[in-house]
Design a protein around this ligand. Sequence first.
Ligand SMILES: *Cc1c(COP(=O)(O)O)cnc(C)c1O
Length: 375
Amino acid sequence: MKQVLANDFRRQWLETRDDVLEAVETVGASGWYILGNEVEAFEKSLAEYCNADFAVGCANGLDALEISLRAAGLEPGDKVLTTPLTAFATTLAILRAGGCPVFVDVDKQGLLDMERAEAALAKHSDIRFIMPVHLYGFLVDIERLRLLSEQYGVTVIEDAAQAINANERGNSIGGAGLAACISFYPTKNLGAMGDGGAIITHDSDFAKSCRQLRDYGQVGKYQHSVYGMNSRLDELQAAILSKAFLPRLEAWSARRTQIAKTYLKGISNPLLHVLAPELSAKPAWHLFPVLVLNGKRDAFLEDMKTQGVQCNVHYPRLVTEQGLWSKIQRSPEAYDPLTEARNFAENEVSLPIHPQMTDDEASYVIQTVNEWTEQ
Ligand SMILES: *Cc1c(COP(=O)(O)O)cnc(C)c1O
């Protein structure tokens, strides 16, 4: 039977093997494994790729978010407006930094609802930060975020873990405010061969604080005056990203877009709602989300599994419905009715989309999806 994987790391290895081995050779021969030339070079290329002035590598996306909040001056108890429909890491970073998440509902694309966000900011003048998530690789309205940031004096830190090359009307990640955080978790659009993350920014003082926080809070050698952590990007991962993966990102993104376009054109099952982006948008197509209508998601997932189409759900449970949430101190503002977010949690399915997918596999997914009926 045909099997279409959600990600295909074996094929990625076949494609990138020579360059990865060369990267490993370079680092091995250098005899320098932590915070050296490779991290520096990768940070430079990444900043350039993202049109940012600085990039700071760290151990993973979660840490990138936490470090950013702390470097931006978050004080314990500060309120951070965010979305309940995301990887738990978004909320975890806020909690770990000492912040207090305030959730507002999402819009029809599954992204932080800008009208509701503005209403919350207008109502609660003590909200100091916004952490929007460019979910599925769809860009949250960057211009609107910038305006909110100016109007309400809030600091924007974007969770761009899923959206490294998303673009809309010339806007891309990192354009909304102080910083954007990227994850190199292997399934992400730019994945490492292990964990990794980065912060991009235009602010040099902020970048400097991030560098201190990721390295034990050292402000100079053996001088510790801030409460730091150990969250460095390895030389090995940096070299692999620089030499093998970042140079392929444009082509990989183009391939994702191609598959998404094929899906948008081909999927016609009326029992599914396809989240079509606006015409001006160039999503990163980290995922290809659809909503299964009439509460039939389980049946749909079961059928896809039987037919060998590997699907996922992003995300089956809102942050506010997680076990940890009931154990922590919540602000009363966190109770916006999360109707649309719940709709996504109950009905969303992510179809396979990755750069190594063949045309045949994409056609098979379309055919399987279109043939599905509720019976
Ligand atoms: C993957 C992801 C993270 C966390 O990144 P890690 O590198 O796994 O720590 C945070 N937010 C979102 C939206 C993600 O998709």
